[in-house]
Design a protein. Structure first.
Ligand SMILES: C[S@@+](CC[C@H](N)C(=O)[O-])C[C@H]1O[C@@H](n2cnc3c(N)ncnc32)[C@H](O)[C@@H]1O
Length: 222
């Protein structure tokens, strides 16, 4: 609850300021609505959460299993991969790779705060940039395209994945991790992906708290 209030403190201050303006100008209400829309956007929420270190816990041992599986699958499918990490957050996945594990890595996230933090991990082969996965335009092709706990935030996961078909190198693989919500797999999203892609493997990770993740890898259909 305290974290929640902290997240919204700047937001409330702005509302008070805008309310004063609103009383002084008849046109301000348009800006006020715009401001509200912007502030309650997911991107704003994530920026606030990264600023408040809410996602630091992803570095804990409790989350290590799924990162390790994703690294293992990436190396299994391609020994010197061009990797696209979508919704990369602060780049924790990159930290788990040795530089010699990949040919190139690009991490994309819409949170400027996350990307600023992640950029400290950039090297000659790895870089980070901001971008919205709901309307993503990527130029190159990648051997491994990863959605590590980000796909379920998108407005239409199936459309987002289909738009990336052109960016998957021949023989390339999508690796997708989704936490099981209340212990149950995200069946509707998996079913949509099963319709358009060829499942390669499905791995389950459970930690000692009972949190579980499903990690699936998919290739293009023949
Ligand atoms: C649960 S965090 C996972 C971060 C990272 N993949 C990891 O596991 O360390 C979800 C991430 O998805 C990003 N995200 C959510 N919706 C997004 C969108 N539409 N475009 C880009 N990034 C998005 C968030 O900013 C956040 O960094």
């Amino acid at each position: 609850m305290i974290g929640y209030i902290h997240d919204f403190r700047p937001f409330l201050n702005e509302i008070v300021k805008l309310d004063i303006n609103f009383r002084q100008s008849k046109t301000t209400h348009v800006n006020f609505i715009r401001f509200l829309k912007r502030k309650i956007s997911q991107k704003h929420k994530f920026n606030q959460q990264f600023e408040n270190k809410k996602w630091e816990g992803l570095r804990d041992i409790a989350d290590l299993g799924r990162y390790s599986i994703i690294v293992g699958l990436t190396k299994y499918f391609c020994s010197n991969a061009h990797i696209l990490d979508l919704g990369c957050g602060e780049g924790i996945l990159l930290e788990k790779f040795a530089v010699s594990d990949y040919a190139a890595y690009l991490g994309i996230d819409f949170s400027e705060v996350a990307i600023k933090n992640a950029s400290k991990l950039a090297n000659d082969k790895a870089r980070f940039t901001t971008g919205d996965l709901n309307k993503l335009e990527v130029a190159d092709q990648y051997d491994v395209i990863i959605y590590n706990e980000s796909l379920y935030y998108l407005s239409n996961p199936k459309v987002a994945i289909k738009a990336l078909f052109k960016n998957l190198a021949p023989g390339g693989v999508f690796i997708i991790s989704m936490v099981d919500k209340h212990g149950r797999e995200r069946e509707s999203i998996w079913a949509e992906l099963d319709e358009i892609l060829a499942l390669q493997e499905k791995t389950k990770v459970t930690n000692q708290n009972g949190d579980s993740w499903t990690i699936r890898s998919y290739k293009m259909r023949d």
